[in-house]
Design a protein around this ligand. Structure first.
Ligand code: AMP
Ligand code: MG
Length: 479
């Protein structure tokens, strides 16, 4: 099959990347192809599943028209500046324009060492590959902007981590892989020409209505405000919001130690390496602001203004995040609570519910789904002390009651409150089974999470909160 690549990033100057083919693997074996996504990209899923397709997905065959490369970028990791990161275990094969007209990257992750690998082996093991597949596709089904998973293949090779693990490659699809850290890479080198070129590229690709670097900053700030509000609406904790893991296209990217919360707590942290809770659930909006301030800083030299003036205008744009985020958050929580408006009383109702949920260790997803049902009082059973909800429920009832018939409320709320999220214990269970050669739990999880707002009675077990012994307390980058 001929893939109609059109590689705009590869046409940028050579210092943006290193041309490099993926490193072939010993024994490629298909795990899964995402047929729906393949169709959106105009790719033939049957071909992707053929030996030649699998060879491409494993990095053993570079298709005609591809221009494989590793992208250069820098970034702040946990607040510490790293002037050179780059794709250390990923290769961009090229870009395709989908049936919807959208240009998207096709990238192999776990494809072998690159000039940016530092001490890493350039590989991925099966666990993080399946995890990213499940969680990124779950996010997509929830309607949240995200990179996608086109395929997963096993390599037939061993990967050495704390233990010896089976190797795998994920094919990641993104509107682009350009990060805040890509801009920082050139800013740190004083390369204004590259900053201008990158700005033009990103504007043309993602924000055609923008004209200036300041417009671009505004557009990215708005996209990130909306994105983080969506995360906050499903209990998603990204876990490594480093500037190299923040996409300028406004997609969720880099599914390392991310997790959906079971029991709600605003301070929740899962990542084993986030000792001080820098990326805790409730801190995600302020960390986004911190990252966007780094983005603004990288753009200052090309704003065409005196430094002081550039700082002033950029600061105003960054400060705008707070209102944009508040508006997006209110929209998300109005929908979750079945309210047609989110004035002050409604917002305090929402905050009050979250406070009670934290106190009552209530399951985030299950509470909102229960409130979306015919008998919202069933939400009480999610609280360690059901009475915690007793004086909240009638207050909410009074507000929601002003808002049309009951059946409409239920339909509206069920479309905003998923029954199914990618629960940690289920993801880990699927990975453990896959390591033992049984992909059925992985397949089932992917299938159910593709329709998170449908009840799917046959999958009721996947909607349950973990039993105490099943609770996952830590997640790992798994690199
Ligand atoms: P991440 O934590 O996935 O955002 O990765 C941070 C940086 O480390 C990026 O530059 C990655 O490409 C690089 N990296 C992560 N894992 C590996 C690995 N196994 N081999 C080489 N580079 C890696
Ligand atoms: Mg990363």
């Amino acid at each position: 099959m001929q893939i109609a690549f059109d590689n705009s990033y590869a046409r940028l100057p050579e210092r943006f990347f290193r041309p490099l083919a993926p490193t072939p693997v010993r024994a490629p074996a298909l795990i899964k192809v995402n047929a729906d996504l393949a169709a959106e990209l105009g790719l033939d899923a049957d071909w992707l599943e053929s030996p030649e397709g699998v060879a491409m997905l494993a990095g053993n065959h570079v298709p005609q028209g591809a221009a494989p490369l590793a992208q250069a970028y820098a970034g702040h990791q946990f607040g510490g500046w790293v002037p050179q990161l780059g794709d250390g275990r990923a290769v961009l094969l090229g870009e395709v324009i989908g049936t919807d007209g959208t240009r998207r990257d096709i990238q192999l992750k776990g494809s072998g060492p690159t000039p940016f690998s530092r001490r890493g082996d350039g590989r991925a093991w099966l666990g993080p590959v399946l995890r990213e597949y499940v969680v990124s596709e779950a996010m997509h089904a929830l309607g949240i902007p995200t990179t996608r998973a086109l395929a997963a293949v096993a390599t037939g090779e061993e990967v050495h981590r704390e233990r010896v693990r089976p190797g795998a490659v994920l094919t990641r699809v993104a509107r682009s892989h350009i990060r805040v850290g890509t801009f920082q890479y050139f800013a740190a080198r004083g390369d204004e020409k590259a900053l201008r070129t990158l700005t033009d590229h990103v504007i043309a690709r993602h924000y055609p209505e923008a004209e200036t670097p300041l417009d671009l900053l505004s557009a990215v700030v708005a996209a990130q405000a909306r994105l983080i509000a969506r995360w906050m609406g499903v209990g998603f904790i990204h876990g490594v919001m480093n500037t190299d893991n923040m996409s300028v296209a406004g997609e969720t990217i880099d599914y390392g130690p991310c997790a959906f919360m079971d029991a709600y707590h605003p301070d929740m942290v899962f990542s084993s390496i986030d000792q001080f809770g820098r990326y805790a659930f409730r801190k995600q909006p302020e960390i986004a602001v911190w990252n966007l301030a780094q983005f603004a800083t990288a753009l200052l030299p090309i704003m065409g203004l005196a430094h002081k003036e550039a700082v002033e205008v950029a600061t105003r744009v960054i400060e705008g995040f707070a209102d944009l985020f508040a508006t997006a958050w209110e929209e998300v929580y109005a929908a979750k609570l079945g309210l047609s408006r989110m004035g002050e009383p409604e917002a305090s109702l929402a905050y009050d519910l979250l406070l009670r949920m934290a106190k009552g260790q209530a399951d985030f997803t299950r509470v909102f789904r229960a409130l979306s049902g015919a008998d919202p009082t069933t939400a009480r059973t999610e609280f360690s002390d059901p009475a915690l909800l007793d004086d909240w429920l009638p207050r909410w009832r009074a507000r929601v009651g002003q808002n049309g018939p009951e059946s409409a409320r239920i339909a509206r709320m069920q479309a905003a409150n998923p029954a199914f999220i990618a629960r940690n214990h289920r993801v880990e269970e699927a990975i453990a089974a896959a390591v033992d050669g049984d992909y059925a739990p992985f397949e089932r999880l992917v299938r159910v999470l593709a329709h998170p707002f449908d009840d799917q009675p046959e999958a009721r077990d996947l909607a349950l909160a973990p039993r105490p012994e099943e609770v996952v307390r830590q997640t790992f980058c798994g690199t």
